[in-house]
Design a protein around this ligand. Sequence first.
Ligand SMILES: C[S@@+](CC[C@H](N)C(=O)[O-])C[C@H]1O[C@@H](n2cnc3c(N)ncnc32)[C@H](O)[C@@H]1O
Length: 261
Amino acid sequence: MIEKAVSSYKENGLSHLVAKGPRYLLNQMLSMLVSLPIIDHIFFWYSTRDLEGRMKEEQNLSDILDTTGTYFDPQGEYRGAGAYKSLQPIQTREEISEMAERAKSNQPSTVIEIGSAKGGTAYIWSRYLDTAETILCLDMNFNGREKLFDYFASYSGKQIFCLEGNSHADRTKNRVEEILSGEQIDFLYIDGDHSYQGVKSDFEMYKPLMSNEGIIGMHDVENQNTGVPEFWSELEQEYDCEKIPQEGESGVTGLVKINES
Ligand SMILES: C[S@@+](CC[C@H](N)C(=O)[O-])C[C@H]1O[C@@H](n2cnc3c(N)ncnc32)[C@H](O)[C@@H]1O
């Protein structure tokens, strides 16, 4: 920190150091404080008390989405703190609710999502997919939020696994197979690496682990800032594919029915 102060002084002068230094120091102290286990424990306690109250009241999908809010409609009721501050899925309310309805009607027992971020979609699967017994969440980095995933999934009677790693690594896939121990995936939700090669790899690596009647949700099939639309147009040539909703302001979710006999 002292080295940083000296180099800032040399580069920008004393007045800059005096103006910016105290705020920098305060931020450093705050982030050190927040990373203390006791503080994390308090944040977790506070967040789960709030969430438990909301889960007790949830009767239907609309209530579940009222708890989380969404990235594009951020008025969620859940009030968390620290690492557990938000449960917003990065979705429009319309697309995630339609996806959740479709997934539910397929009665999945085993669910895998690639790309969990803050846990918004994992929360919805846990709370709404009543036939789901196992939910496996894959992400490069859970940032210490696994405890919250465990909390809401076990409250909902599900077994949840948070697997940290690159979905494209053989090591990750091997670990997925170990966790599944012979069970097949009924619902696969792909929302991780949005490059063309990234979604293609996720699809090709994990589809062979799916049941014949399984379905795959793929986020952002219309998001032209990503490589997903290009791969989606290839899937449309080969599979029974549908966009939900048909058109949307966000990226639109693609639904692929495997239906292999
Ligand atoms: C768009 S966010 C997921 C949002 C989440 N499904 C939701 O709506 O609540 C994408 C996530 O994918 C993760 N990710 C990106 N590439 C990945 C990869 N190759 N393997 C695993 N996770 C990945 C990122 O860390 C990020 O948290």
